[in-house]
Design a protein around this ligand. Sequence first.
Ligand SMILES: [Zn+2]
Length: 164
Amino acid sequence: MQISEHAQQQFLCLIRCLLHSYSLLIDSSSAAPASTQPVSGRVLNAYSGDELVYNKTLGDWRTHNGVDYACAQDAQVCAPAAGKVTAVDTDSRWGSVVCIEDSTGHLWRVCGTADPTVQTGDEVSVGQILGRAGSIPNECAEETHIHLEVLQGEQYLDPAKLLN
Ligand SMILES: [Zn+2]
């Protein structure tokens, strides 16, 4: 049986189309791991990039290196991404901070997480409870919120762009 050139072209086109769809499927499943806001509240202050914004607590202008999500005092705080807990610290500027490193190497710093229920070395899943909303000394003039930062090496990324 002779197959026409037109039929051959159609067949090749179909194969290419299937391969393309498959590569898109692979990309979408590996490029962006699941992520979520640490609390369900509205955005109080966005990430500012290089732009200086006024800090009501400190009374000066500086970059805002994360996103603030408003919530009730003591609200449950969840892991924004799955990964390994690399640090659980308390510092004088950010209060209690839980750091999670995800599979892409991003470091998620969940600032203002009081009474942490996880410890360094724990593996957490996305949405897992990390603690409750406490206070953030550097931003205490604001209503209660969680300050979420994402670092890639030394560079701050906009967490809002990574949430899906
Ligand atoms: Zn903030």
